[in-house]
Design a protein around this ligand. Structure first.
Ligand code: 2HG
Ligand code: ZN
Length: 434
């Protein structure tokens, strides 16, 4: 559901950090609001100019600055497209520590500004661990050079973490240094069908028992998700109809060793009847085709109308209950309620699909989903951020004191509130509009 539609009249496309600095210094002096924009692939309206904000696009800032092949540390400008970085690194036997469905157009600066999660977080951890340094420009044009390429640096406050995940509200990320893991020599994928959510969890436990050190992704999608990708995108389901599907990816350095481990795991889960059907892929084209089923769920639902999107973290024992309850609550008011996500990270994508925007549906969903999530000690935004659409719900996941401290930091770093106003922090207006 896209609640944020932009109406900016001006987009600036700087090429250098110096140009970003000059733009912001000017805008700050004139109280002109600015919305930083990368690939504009976010799902919470974080890169949308809500009123007449000037769009500051990083799309021309796409130079690779340096790669240290021995350490795998890459330094590049913020506008590099994630997939282009992956392609570049592959030639050096390295990979990016993150991978997302939007890789073809999202930019690394946007990934960092939103602390994007994605499909590899289970293996490599969040960007907060992989990003070693950041260069950012503050609202008044000051350039903060924290572009360290060191794995260890305990001097003072870790300022780079202020810019990671703050959605361009504290500064514009202009360059980044990131630790890139070696490219795995062997990748295997198992696409499995389970008869119940309990069996999905049992499969996950067995997978960790048997494949822990080679496990690179463990994703879940329910039958409703499968129906959307097959019906709306024409993708084919390699298995029979199962209530749940899981994607298990292993990445290692020894094909034979990895296959043995995966086979052992599959033997156990089939024998225990945790898994009712499955297929394995080692061929890159088959792996790609199977990943499409999971990666394109978001796109498939949009073809049916309006999608009400929730991206929540939950303890695994209640992870899928919210889908069942939401489905019961919405009944025939919607075309479907879909649950899928990065189950290995406790991150569920709960989506409700309706033919058009509908107040009855919105009222049934909110605050229900947020209250449910808070009651079960989850987060109302696991990986997509708050942006414009979710900023007012921050209180379901953070205390008043924490939000107050965030607002103080925002006020200190951007006193005129020119940087990405109306995003992340509840009620944040540019000085010119107050
Ligand atoms: C994914 O994991 C993305 O596919 C999109 O984060 C999630 O559609 C969504 O809500
Ligand atoms: Zn996701």
């Amino acid at each position: 559901m896209y609640l944020a539609r932009g109406s900016s009249k001006l987009m600036l496309k700087p090429k250098t950090t110096q140009e970003v600095s000059e733009i912001l210094a000017y805008c700050n002096s004139r109280c002109l609001a600015v919305t930083p924009q990368g690939g504009n692939t976010g799902l919470v309206g974080g890169s949308v100019p809500v009123f007449d904000e000037i769009v500051l696009s990083t799309s021309l800032m796409n130079d690779i600055i340096h790669l240290d092949k021995a350490s795998g540390i890459l330094v590049c400008q913020a506008g590099c497209i994630l997939e282009s970085l992956s392609t570049y690194l592959e030639d050096h036997d390295l990979i990016m520590p993150l991978d997302l469905g939007a890789k073809g157009s999202c930019q690394i600066g946007g990934n960092i500004s939103t602390n994007a999660g994605g499909l590899r977080l289970l293996r490599y951890g969040s960007l907060r661990g992989n990003v070693l340094g950041i260069e950012a420009v503050l609202a008044d044009g000051t350039i903060i050079d924290c572009l360290s390429t060191l794995r260890k640096d305990n001097t003072g406050y870790d300022l780079k973490n202020l810019f990671i995940g703050s959605e361009g509200t504290l500064g514009v990320v202009t360059a980044v240094s990131i630790q890139c893991p070696p490219k795995p020599k062997a990748v295997n994928l198992a696409f499995l069908g389970c008869s119940s959510y309990e069996n999905v969890l049992a499969t996950y436990s067995e997978c960790k028992n048997n494949c822990a050190e080679i496990l690179s992704a463990f994703e879940m999608m329910d039958l409703q998700s499968m129906k959307f990708v097959t019906t709306n995108l024409g993708l084919s389901n390699p298995l029979g109809e199962c209530p749940f599907y899981v994607v298990v990816e292993t990445s290692g350095s020894d094909a034979q060793h990895d296959e043995e481990k995966l086979n052992k795991f599959l033997e156990v889960v089939m024998e225990q009847q945790y898994v009712m059907d499955g297929t394995i892929a080692t061929e890159p084209s088959k792996i790609y085709a199977l990943w499409q089923l999971r990666e394109r769920i978001n796109e498939s639902m949009m073809k049916s109308g309006v999608v009400y999107k929730y991206d929540i973290s939950l303890p695994l024992d209640v992870y899928y209950d919210v889908v069942i309850e939401t489905r019961q609550r919405l009944g025939d008011n919607v075309l479907g309620v879909v649950g899928y996500g990065h189950i290995g990270d406790g991150n569920l994508h709960l989506n409700a699909v309706a033919p058009t925007l509908n107040k009855t549906v919105s009222d049934l969903l909110e605050p229900f989903v947020y209250e449910w999530t808070a009651k079960h000690k989850g987060s109302i935004s696991a990986e997509h951020g708050l942006g414009f659409n979710k900023r007012n719900y921050i209180y379901y996941s953070k205390s008043d004191a924490a939000v107050e401290l965030m607002a103080l930091m925002k006020a200190k770093m951007d006193p005129k509130c020119i940087l990405n106003p109306y995003k992340t922090i509840p009620v944040c207006k540019p000085a010119s509009k107050q």
